[in-house]
Design a protein around this ligand. Structure first.
Ligand code: SAJ
Length: 426
């Protein structure tokens, strides 16, 4: 199947790179976002998210005339839905954005079109939710138009490379839909393309992220065990990982971001009676910020009330600016609830304004008055700070490292007390 013009609905972390990559590979792309601020930012040549290389890519796409940004979809050969699927407070998937994006396509749907859902969704969303909405057009999936679920699997921080190089799974409502999807993504995907059915593709995406969540949960539980039994979990993990069939992940302050901390709930919601392991893993990872609070309490000899904590790093993981579902933010809130006075510094969003938290734009301001320095995210720029320089800028003489970002000896030789998550060798 041949594609000349496509519409990409949702210009966030996935939609914008995808739209731009199609555009730089020669397709006419209409990028659509319902948020007027996103539309005007992109139309003025700026971008609203941080991702290495994205600014240059978007500028190339817009500059070529192939990418235009609009508030609503229009007729095209294919439509790609890449809108967010967050969850409600009770952990049920919030599918409102998928529903309204699909509804927005209906008036423009023509015979021979392809519709792709990329948003991570509960099992059977493509056939049970998206298909009936599209068929309000009077046309039938698999007969009049093609329908596909194709999950994005790119790692924030490496999106542009992984978009092109990763293997791609294309789940068709029927075989000819899957083949149409393959023809579209073959425009730029260099990784292998695998065809399957839509529900298998949905499950595949949810299983990948759930697998990672469960594996991080066990690392976090190992770190609690290490603290109880008086060892260093990082050393134990690196030794265990010398086994040819063991690959334990890293413990940390918790699991954040819009993917791994959300997607397992889609499986729990869909089948609560057979997902106890998945639910427990989520609960273990969600309780990790509280573990960090206890670690800080120990570093401050049991007293958090009125003590000043410099929280370094707020994003959900290293070297990205994404604050969604960030465990670091949860740690800061919990510390405040426990009576500590917290000053936060996020180098990738120095001007960020987070409700209920005090953020400052420089490291110096964050550590100035602190009693303890708390490393929450292993950003390269935070890992490489010089303890000698820091010692001149702060009166704190205690550090807490939740991500194994700092070298213990460099701090202790300067007189700092050093506390690391998962280590209890005292
Ligand atoms: N984390 C740990 N320990 C680890 C690894 C990660 O605590 O050993 C934490 C991170 O700090 C972060 C969270 O887990 O808070 C998730 O980070 P991540 O790097 O594991 O994953 P994401 O959420 O950035 O991206 C994931 C990726 N999925 C998998 O690796 C299976 C990516 O390929 C997906 O495309 C993405 O989710 C998505 O969009 O679903």
């Amino acid at each position: 199947m041949n594609f000349e013009k496509i519409c990409v609905l949702g210009l966030g972390y996935i939609g914008l790179p995808t739209a731009s990559t199609f555009a730089t590979h020669g397709l006419k792309v209409v990028g659509v976002d319902v948020n007027p601020a996103v539309v005007s930012t992109l139309q003025s040549g700026q971008i609203h998210i941080h991702e290495p290389g994205l600014r240059t890519l978007v500028q190339a796409a817009v500059g070529s005339g192939n990418l235009i940004v609009r508030p609503a979809p229009e007729e095209a050969d294919a439509f790609i839905i890449a809108v967010p699927t967050p969850f409600f407070d009770d952990k049920r998937a919030d599918m409102r954005a998928v529903i309204s994006a699909t509804e927005a396509i209906v008036p423009h749907l023509r015979r021979g079109n392809l519709v792709v859902l990329e948003s991570t969704s509960p099992p059977r969303t493509t056939v049970d939710l998206v298909k009936p909405i599209l068929e309000r057009s009077g046309m039938k999936a698999g007969i009049d138009f093609s329908l596909v679920y194709s999950p994005e699997r790119v790692l924030p921080g490496q999106i542009l490379r992984e978009l092109i190089e990763n293997a791609r799974v294309i789940g068709g409502f029927d075989r000819s839909s899957a083949e149409a999807g393959r023809d579209l993504y073959a425009t730029f995907v260099l990784g292998e393309i695998f065809l399957t059915d839509a529900t298998t593709a949905e499950m595949c995406k949810l299983m990948e992220n759930t697998y990672r969540d469960v594996n991080i949960a066990i690392a976090n539980e190992f770190s609690r065990l290490a603290e109880r039994f008086g060892i260093d979990v990082w050393e134990a993990i690196s030794l265990a990982n010398r086994h040819p069939r063991v690959r334990i992940l890293n413990p940390g302050p918790g699991v954040g971001g819009h993917c791994i901390s959300v997607d397992p709930w889609f499986l729990v919601e869909a089948a609560p009676d057979i997902t106890s392991l998945i639910r427990t893993a989520r609960q273990v990872n969600d309780s990790q910020p509280a573990e960090v609070v206890e670690l800080v309490r120990r570093a401050l000899e049991g007293q958090l009330e009125g003590r000043k904590v410099a929280a370094l790093g707020l994003s959900y993981k290293p070297d990205v600016d994404d604050l969604r579902e960030s465990p670091a933010i949860e740690v800061a809130h919990l510390l405040q609830k426990a009576g500590a006075v917290v000053t936060c510094f996020e180098p990738f969003k120095p001007e960020s304004d987070i409700p209920g938290l005090k953020t400052v734009p420089t490291l110096a301001q964050a550590i100035d008055e602190a009693d303890v320095l708390l490393l929450l995210v292993g950003h390269a720029g935070l890992r490489s700070i010089d303890p000698f320089v820091v010692a001149q800028l702060t009166k704190a003489r205690s550090v807490v490292d939740t991500v194994k970002g700092w070298d213990e000896a460099s701090w202790t030789t300067l007189g700092f007390g050093f506390h690391r998550l998962g280590v209890n060798k005292g």
